[in-house]
Design a protein around this ligand. Structure first.
Ligand SMILES: Cc1cc2nc3c(=O)[nH]c(=O)nc-3n(C[C@H](O)[C@H](O)[C@H](O)COP(=O)(O)OP(=O)(O)OC[C@H]3O[C@@H](n4cnc5c(N)ncnc54)[C@H](O)[C@@H]3O)c2cc1C
Length: 567
């Protein structure tokens, strides 16, 4: 294949914005987007609640500075303040740019873009399209990319970076329709492969494909992962499936109620109540359940999210998808009854270490979106800030790669390297002797993570998690693919995804053990206090000679000093 100027892995919001911006920056570039799912089925399409921007439409006195402060405080002071400045200052521009290219934002009476309250935010600043915000953004971006001539390789599964010393030559990927491994030589590669919270399996709100593939590929190529211990649990997942009930439901006025009929958030966040930040609300729900004030059911313990007082009209107009999901997956109509919910692994704050321009330490390799860690979310992301992150930093990474592609030689990937990749896949497809099935391992990985590296952590628990992961990695060597077909071999893809999750799980658990403090989403019951002296820093995990190696990086401070974080 002829070398590309830019190969973007991922067709979610980050990947598509990067592609659109790269085309705009230099229309003569040859740009490809690879995606294992059809782009508008990426997880971005599941985002319900909205994207933050201090437009000052709903609350006239909102400012960009308030958005910056809320984000830094929300991050428990671990976000890099220069990166947060970029995120929040670009926000109003990006919302308007999306409007100009066709995103149908919900509106106020005066026809300006409507904004709803979201957790941890001092003003209502979350812009939305009913409860289908991600879906509408993704459709808009996909149309624009097609219009601008971006070349799509849909249903291609990225396998490996081709590396030459300190730089990349491009990428190897499998065409899922034929099972063939193909080489994508490229001057630059942008990873935009989304998050890794699906490693918590059925305690996760994520799409089945959010298995951290891009991070695992980068990790195996020697690129550091940053702050991997920070996994966000969203307070309200549906009890049985972990599927998400948007924070918008509480933004619109929903209550959290325990089995004694109490609005228990009064105990934990007197002022903000249900609209406290996610880490705090999730811990509060888990505490209620652990202390016996949750409801019990064969599908597990839970508490109630009550929307009944909002009335049928509001629920139908602003939360139609939530109603549909509650009916389909819990058999509950939120107009009539409360929804059974429990915290669910939702978002990966950690990811591929990048600078504010999306660059990684490897020349010509960039990352943006949930797979990257810039870091703007630090130890806890605020609702509505991730859609914003993928748009702002997707755009920046696309522009940077377009400007820098000319600096690099076109990559060449040798036949020998291609053959190695094919052989590697083939070797998995020959069942013989004792074998393991991927399904059992995937389930066990999810269980050990939820139990030992979940909302509440402790040295002995995390050590147990690390042992379990290492045993699962050993057992993985015996996992075989039983489907021998070349055409859409989903069994093979699930095995590859499991390998990626196992590689990354080791970095999540190692970070969780190392960080002896409680900060944001990372709560150590044996170290309950934030320890700024020792731990006000980012952790790095790099794979060197097949082994994980720990490092660190300072947090970039700015106008805001460290403060106690109360709501
Ligand atoms: C249910 C839910 C609701 C959410 N609601 C909100 C919200 O209201 N507001 C907010 O700010 N955030 C929200 N978030 C978070 C936000 O939606 C995500 O963080 C964001 O959309 C991620 O975008 P992305 O472009 O980085 O990745 P994704 O949209 O996940 O896209 C990843 C892309 O990478 C591709 N890919 C992955 N692996 C491979 C591979 N091996 N080979 C080829 N392609 C690959 C996939 O095909 C896909 O196209 C929500 C998340 C969830 C799960």
């Amino acid at each position: 294949m002829k070398p590309f100027d830019i190969v973007i892995v991922g067709g979610g919001g980050a990947g598509l914005y990067a592609a659109m911006e790269a085309m705009k920056t230099n229309p003569s570039l040859n740009i490809a987007v690879l995606s294992k799912v059809y782009p508008n089925r990426s997880h971005t399409s599941a985002a319900q609640g909205g994207a933050n921007a201090a437009l000052g439409n709903t609350a006239k006195d909102d400012t960009i500075e308030m958005h910056i402060f809320d984000t830094i405080k929300g991050s428990d002071y671990l976000a890099d303040q220069d990166a947060v400045d970029v995120l929040c200052s670009e926000a109003p521009k990006i919302i308007r740019e999306l409007e100009n290219i066709g995103t149908p934002w919900s509106r106020l009476e005066d026809n300006t873009i409507a904004q709803r309250p979201f957790g941890g935010a001092g003003r209502p600043r979350c812009c939305y399209c009913a409860d289908k915000t991600g879906h509408t953004i993704l459709q808009t971006l996909y149309e624009q990319c097609l219009r601008k001539g971006v070349i799509f390789f849909n249903e291609y599964f990225a396998l490996k970076l081709s590396v030459n010393g300190s730089r990349s030559r491009g990428l190897l990927a499998m065409n899922m329709k034929t099972g063939k491994v193909e080489a994508f030589p490229a001057k630059t590669v942008i990873f935009a492969t989304g998050g890794y919270a699906k490693m918590y399996w059925n305690r996760s709100s994520n799409a089945a494909g959010n298995t951290g593939d891009g991070q695992a590929i980068a990790y195996r190529a020697g690129i550091p992962m940053k702050d991997m211990e920070f996994v966000q649990f969203h307070p309200t997942g549906l009890r049985k499936s972990g599927l998400l009930v948007t924070e918008g439901a509480r933004g619109e006025g929903g209550f959290l109620i325990n089995k004694d009929g109490e609005r228990f958030m009064a105990r934990y966040a007197k002022e903000k109540m249900e609209l406290g930040p996610r880490d705090l609300v999730s811990r509060s729900i888990e505490t209620e359940i652990l202390e016996g004030r949750g409801f019990d059911s064969p599908a597990g313990k839970y508490i109630h999210l009550d929307l009944t007082h909002l009335g049928a009209d509001l629920i139908k107009a602003r939360l139609p998808q939530i109603r549909e999901m509650s009916l389909n997956f819990e058999g509950v109509d939120p107009i009539e009854e409360p929804i059974p919910v429990r915290p669910t692994a939702h978002y990966s704050m950690g990811g591929i270490d990048t600078d504010n321009f999306g660059r990684t330490i490897m020349e010509g390799v960039y990352a943006a979106g949930e797979c990257a860690c810039v870091s703007v979310h630090g130890a806890n992301r605020l609702g509505g800030n991730s859609l914003l992150d993928i748009l702002v930093f997707g755009r920046i990474a696309g522009r940077t790669a377009a400007e820098e592609a000319g600096k690099f030689e076109p990559g060449t990937i040798s036949e020998a390297e291609l053959k190695d990749s094919v052989d590697d896949l083939r070797s998995r497809m020959q069942p013989s002797g004792h074998y393991e099935r991927y399904g059992a391992l995937r389930e066990e990985l999810g269980q050990t993570l939820a139990l030992n590296v979940g909302i509440f952590r402790e040295a002995s628990l995390v050590k147990k998690g690390i042992n379990d992961i290492s045993e699962l990695q050993d057992r993985f060597k015996k996992v075989r693919v039983f489907d021998s077909s070349d055409v859409f071999n989903t069994n093979l893809m699930q095995v590859l995804e499991l390998q990626n999750m196992l590689d990354l799980a080791e970095t999540v658990a190692a970070g969780a053990l190392a960080r002896e403090e409680s900060r944001g989403s990372h709560t150590r019951i044996d170290f309950p206090v934030r320890d700024d002296e020792k731990w006000h820093k980012h952790t790095l995990a790099t794979r060197i000679n097949g082994k994980i190696s720990a490092g660190e990086k300072p947090v970039t401070m700015g106008r805001y000093e460290l403060q106690e974080r109360t709501y």
